[in-house]
Design a protein around this ligand. Structure first.
Ligand SMILES: [Zn+2]
Length: 350
């Protein structure tokens, strides 16, 4: 195989977003988000499998893109409306992948296939979504004054509960790591892909070599944030697990999908993701080793950027701070750094 990357010219534009037919029975949708502020700008890859008798959607997207998803399915001739979908599948719980689940239940009777570990959170789905996406408890714990107060004010939270009210997931069919599910012609194995989210799995179709990898393998550093119970060591393990699969097509949650090729073998993608982790670890350790006095998280984050200043856009800066914090926590845990309580909050030194 020589194709390493699917070029964009085949992408079709529409009022609801873009579509790209990846294979005879697989589409990639990128739904336009009517909310354009902050994190809502993140574009998600929604995959639609349209088999002979089966229509399945993998990672249907943001709560605010549900109408655009319905418009896309109708315009592409895949469904009359959301009620025609037979399965909803989720790589992980984050709002841009699974935040719409309860809203979809109102418009579709199809089962929702998601990680078994999400069982306890389904009765209060919107509350759970709001809790994992509210970074304020983490800010409170991780930062020192005066940055703590400023960042808290910047993270005022408008959640799903406020917008849509309480909602339970009642049509969930849980899947455990290592289990398989038959979706039309697809026999999908749910592979443990935790780290970026404690409920993250990847769907692997062994015969076709398709790997729906969620947010494990991205072109940018995968966010790892303690506020969302993420875990660096688990993430490293997940990269190794996915790298060992005989995949021929990687279908990520964001960015371009890739076919394995001699020119750009998949090993490069997995190595790149591992290198992002080791580069962050290196710069965190370097910054601490250069400091003449204990530093707070914000200062370490600033000193760990190429130009020693906050990154643009804002979402990138938050991911950077979260990653530095995750590495600091791991360095403390492994005895390579020390966290002390200063007068204005936590400080770190080697
Ligand atoms: Zn995610």
């Amino acid at each position: 195989m020589t194709v390493s990357e699917i070029r964009t010219p085949k992408t079709q534009k529409a009022s609801w977003g873009t579509s790209l037919q990846v294979s005879d029975d697989l589409w990639r949708l990128r739904l336009r988000n009517p909310n354009t502020g902050g994190r809502d700008r993140i574009i998600v890859n929604t995959y639609v499998y349209a088999g002979a008798d089966t229509l399945a959607v993998i990672d249907p997207g943001w709560p605010s893109t549900v109408d655009h998803l319905e418009a896309a399915l109708a315009e592409l001739g895949l469904a009359r409306d959301l009620a025609d979908v037979d399965y909803w599948l989720y790589t992980h719980a984050h709002i841009d992948h699974m935040g719409a689940a309860a809203l979809l239940e109102k418009r579709s009777k199809a089962p929702h296939i998601a990680a078994k570990s999400l069982t306890p959170f389904c009765p209060k789905w919107h509350r759970f979504q709001d809790e994992i996406h509210d970074w304020r408890p983490w800010i409170q714990e991780a930062f020192a004054s005066p940055h703590r107060e400023r960042l808290l004010a910047a993270r005022q939270h408008h959640g799903l509960l406020e917008t849509h009210g309480p909602a339970a997931l009642t049509r969930t069919e849980f899947i455990d790591f290592g289990e398989r599910i038959q979706i039309g012609d697809l026999n999908l194995e749910f592979v443990d892909a935790r780290g970026h989210d404690p409920h993250h799995g990847a769907f692997f179709e062994r015969e076709r070599g398709w790997l729906f990898s969620g947010d494990v393998i991205l072109a940018v550093p995968t966010p790892i944030c303690r506020s969302m119970h993420d875990d660096l060591d688990a993430y490293r393990g997940s990269i190794a697990r996915l790298a060992a699969l005989p995949a021929s097509l990687i279908l990520p949650g964001h960015g371009l999908h890739r076919r394995n090729s001699k020119d750009q073998p998949f090993e490069q993608l997995f190595e790149r993701s591992l290198k992002y982790v080791s580069d962050f670890e290196k710069i965190t350790r370097h910054t601490l080793s250069q400091a003449t006095a204990p530093l707070d998280l914000y200062e370490i984050a600033i000193r760990s950027t190429p130009e020693q200043k906050i990154l643009e856009p804002e979402a990138r800066w938050w991911v950077h701070m979260a990653l530095i914090d995750s590495h600091l926590a791991t360095l403390v845990e492994h005895g390579f750094a020390t966290r002390v309580e200063g007068p204005s909050g936590p400080l770190y030194h080697v």
